[in-house]
Each structure stands twice: as structure tokens, then as C-alpha cells.
Write a protein that binds this ligand. Structure first.
Ligand code: DGL
Length: 253
């Protein structure tokens, strides 16, 4: 594919998705968009989000992008449905439809979802999970503080650990499958792993997204050698220092 691949998030969250994509498609040209001027997206209305994301999508279209990864769960339901109507020539990859494809290998009795308030309120995520697991008990909890901490580059320490412990205890039933339904949350994977029971599997949708993109872009499954640093352009609407710090820590810069 000759045109760049666009990646959209409110801030640093989408880097956790970009990292997985770059690992399987290191030769592509990427444009990473972080709307740090308006982060967090998690408390905004659908109407506000449609306006914000449309602006970023239009920017990417002007850069000749034809494939856009919405690396933001909050934007992946009703918000994206609105935007897709206006850009029928663009292929959108999104966290709910494509990121959940990997859950089919599990058969949980209980599913815990951690997401933003908007993702939970909007409902598409839970609806889709119920299609996969109609008999499971499914509970979603908001974890807005993790977004704020990730945006500050504060991804470890005692406060983070006790916040995650409390969240985990707040589930009515201990989840067999815990879904990180916000792209900011994989930054805390190490802490999640120490806090949750050995019977809880933690699911990060990013690797399903990466596999899906490979099937679109490189269907012949050619092995690509690593490019260091990868070819990424940056479009950051507000503060950029933490985006670059975290990108650099993940080998993206
Ligand atoms: N990273 C985004 C998500 O996956 C949004 C977080 C936010 O800005 O509140 O939902």
C-alpha cells in the first residue's frame, strides 16, 4: 500500500495499538494523530466527539490516507457510524468490531470490561460482547483515572496499584476474562498482571487489530524486516511531550 495509514486517538492511548501494528507491518508509513488539546474523550457526548474526530479524519484525508485506525474505543461505536457515512471511500478499522475478534478463543462465564464512561454509556461494546457470550455475566466499570495518569506518563506506583486493586474488587463476580476496552489501559498491563487472579485472562484488543490490518495490507503474509525508527509522522493538537516520551519508550521514535 503506498498511502500512509492513519491512527487516531485522544492522546497517548493509540500508541499501544500503533506499537502492535508496527511490530507486524514495520515498513508502512504511519500518521499518528493525538488530540491532546481535547483529551480526555471519555466524558464527552457523542455530538462533541463526532465534531472532534471529523476534524482529524479530514486532516488525514488531506494527507492522502485511505485506511484509518480508530485506536480509541470511545470513538468506535455510534461516533464512528456517523463519521463513516461522510467518508465512504475510507476504510476504517475500529476497536469494537475488529479488536474483539480475538475473544472467540475464550469461553468465559464472567466478563469484566474496563472502559471510559462514554464507551459504557454508549453501549455498543457490551452489546457486541453479549453476541459473543450470550450466557456470560458481563459487567463494565469506568476507569477514568487511568486515562489521566497515562496522559501524565504516570504508569506505575502505589496509587496506580491500589486504584487497579479497587477496580478489580468492584466487579460483582471475579471476571474470567478482563477486557481492556480503552487504549490507554495497556500501559498498566504489568500492574494488572500482578493484581488480578491467575484465573483472570487479560485481553488487549490491539493484537487483533494488528492481525486484521495485516490481512488487508499484506495478505500474502510476507515477513518484513524491522525498520528503526519506524516511519511515523505526528499530528498532535495540544501538548506533545508525553506523547513523544511514551512513543520513544515503545521504540516508535
Ligand atoms: N483511548 C481512548 C479509548 O480507547 C479514549 C480515552 C479518553 O480520552 O478518555 O477509549
Amino acid at each position: 500500500m503506498s498511502s500512509p495509514i492513519g491512527i487516531i486517538d485522544s492522546g497517548v492511548g493509540g500508541l499501544t495499538v500503533l506499537k502492535e501494528i508496527v511490530a507486524v507491518l514495520p515498513h508502512q508509513h504511519y500518521i499518528y494523530c493525538a488530540d491532546t488539546k481535547h483529551v480526555p474523550y471519555g466524558e464527552k457526548s457523542i455530538k462533541e466527539l463526532v465534531e472532534l474526530v471529523k476534524h482529524t479524519v479530514q486532516y488525514l484525508v488531506n494527507q492522502n490516507v485511505s485506511l484509518i485506525v480508530i485506536a480509541c474505543n470511545t470513538v468506535s461505536g455510534a461516533v464512528l457510524t456517523e463519521i463513516e457515512k461522510e467518508y465512504p471511500h475510507i476504510t476504517f478499522i475500529q476497536m469494537i468490531q475488529h479488536g474483539l475478534q480475538g475473544v472467540t478463543k475464550y469461553s468465559p462465564n464472567s466478563v469484566g470490561v474496563l472502559a471510559t464512561q462514554s464507551t459504557i454509556r454508549e453501549g455498543t461494546y457490551i452489546k457486541r460482547l453479549l453476541e459473543y457470550f450470550p450466557y456470560a455475566s458481563i459487567q463494565a466499570l469506568p476507569a477514568p483515572q487511568l486515562v489521566l495518569w497515562a496522559e501524565q506518563g504516570n504508569i506505575c506506583g502505589g496509587d496506580v496499584e491500589s486504584y487497579i486493586q479497587t477496580l478489580y474488587r468492584d466487579f460483582r463476580v471475579q471476571p474470567d476474562l478482563l477486557i481492556l476496552a480503552c487504549t490507554h489501559f495497556p500501559y498498566f498491563m504489568q500492574i494488572f498482571s500482578t493484581v488480578v487472579s491467575q484465573y483472570t485472562h487479560i485481553y488487549n484488543p490491539a493484537s487483533s487489530i494488528a492481525q486484521y490490518i495485516v490481512s488487508l495490507v499484506e495478505p500474502l503474509d510476507t515477513v518484513q524486516s524491522v525498520v528503526s525508527p519506524p516511519n511515523i509522522d505526528w499530528y498532535i493538537t495540544g501538548k506533545s511531550d508525553i506523547v513523544y516520551t511514551l512513543a520513544s519508550q515503545q521504540g516508535l521514535l
